[in-house]
Write a protein that binds this ligand. Structure first.
Ligand SMILES: [Zn+2]
Length: 294
């Protein structure tokens, strides 16, 4: 029995080694350093940071219960639980669980969080399939997670509403086939802010872009994603790996500085055009390589 288990573990490590561009060291930092505990804080309006050092989990609170975006790695489960309670909120008040994209570092905690809170899981079609399969069905093809039932399968443009808060799901495939850019609006000191949760760039480094059998329309879909994102123009964007982005700003946010330390209407457009330029470069390099081989 032990040998059989060992064999399964070894063969799955072997499969990742064969198919995933993530190195064992990279994977270890996701489960280790990036999943370490940090203090939770209110970011803007009713949006709170309850995630780990460099893997986000966002809590959006309402008088009728709360919405959580991303549950992180399995190691982050206790970090998130503690953070929600530290802020004075009840885990049982979390009613809806969302995700930016179905990769292990963002959804591995979904099943445990659903069990703990009874929250409804909602996700866009292609990513919903991965959540329920417990497997990374994207071109990254890395670690899986405990399968979790999706209570509501969403389409591009669908909204999720709770207690006066509305989130809109914008289908922005590329990083995963169902990658979702969540948008919402909040108010802070009587000023409205539009907010984007930025979970969808290009595919991970090392992923084959042209003619990828797991995602045949990867290149055209990703290019379309950038076009869609360029139209969003949020006042504030919130990334899913926020350590560098938040560095030096958390204390200023906590102090209530105005304008809000994350307020920068040009920052998102700049980020998207840089991400797009990097993606175009990768596509060109892959094309050049294919020509050389021929
Ligand atoms: Zn990812």
């Amino acid at each position: 029995m032990r040998n059989a288990v060992l064999l399964i573990i070894m063969s799955s490590v072997f499969v990742w080694a064969q198919t995933s561009p993530l190195s064992p060291e990279q994977r270890a930092t996701f489960h280790g350093r990036q999943s370490e505990a940090v203090e939770p804080f209110r970011i803007v309006g009713n949006i709170y940071y309850v995630g780990a050092r460099n893997i986000a989990s966002y809590l959006i609170t309402t008088p009728e219960g709360h919405i959580m975006i991303d549950t992180g790695t399995k190691e982050m489960h206790d970090v998130i639980r503690t953070n929600v309670e530290k802020l004075g909120f009840k885990l049982q008040d979390i009613k809806i669980l969302l995700s930016g994209h179905a990769h292990f570092d963002h959804v591995q905690g979904h099943a445990a969080m659903k069990r703990l809170t009874g929250a409804k899981v909602m996700a866009i079609g292609e990513d919903a399939r991965a959540l329920e399969a417990g497997a990374d069905l994207s071109p990254l093809g890395d670690e899986g997670w405990e399968p979790v039932k999706v209570d509501r399968v969403l389409k591009d443009g669908d909204t999720v509403m709770l207690g006066g808060t509305t989130l809109r799901a914008v289908l922005t495939p590329g990083h995963t086939p169902g990658c979702t850019t969540w948008t919402t609006g909040v108010e802070e000191k009587r000023r409205p802010y539009s907010v984007v949760f930025q979970a969808c760039g290009g595919p991970n480094a090392g992923v084959k872009l042209i003619g990828n059998s797991k995602f045949p329309r990867l290149v055209e879909n990703t290019l379309r994603t950038f076009q869609v994102q360029e139209t969003l123009k949020p006042d504030i964007y919130l990334p899913m790996h926020p350590e560098t982005y938040f560095a030096g700003k958390v204390e200023r946010i906590k102090a209530g500085e105005t304008p809000h330390p994350l307020f920068d209407p040009d920052a998102y457009t700049k980020l998207i055009s840089e991400t797009e330029a990097n993606f175009q470069k990768r596509v060109q390099e892959e094309r050049a390589k294919a020509i050389r081989i021929q």
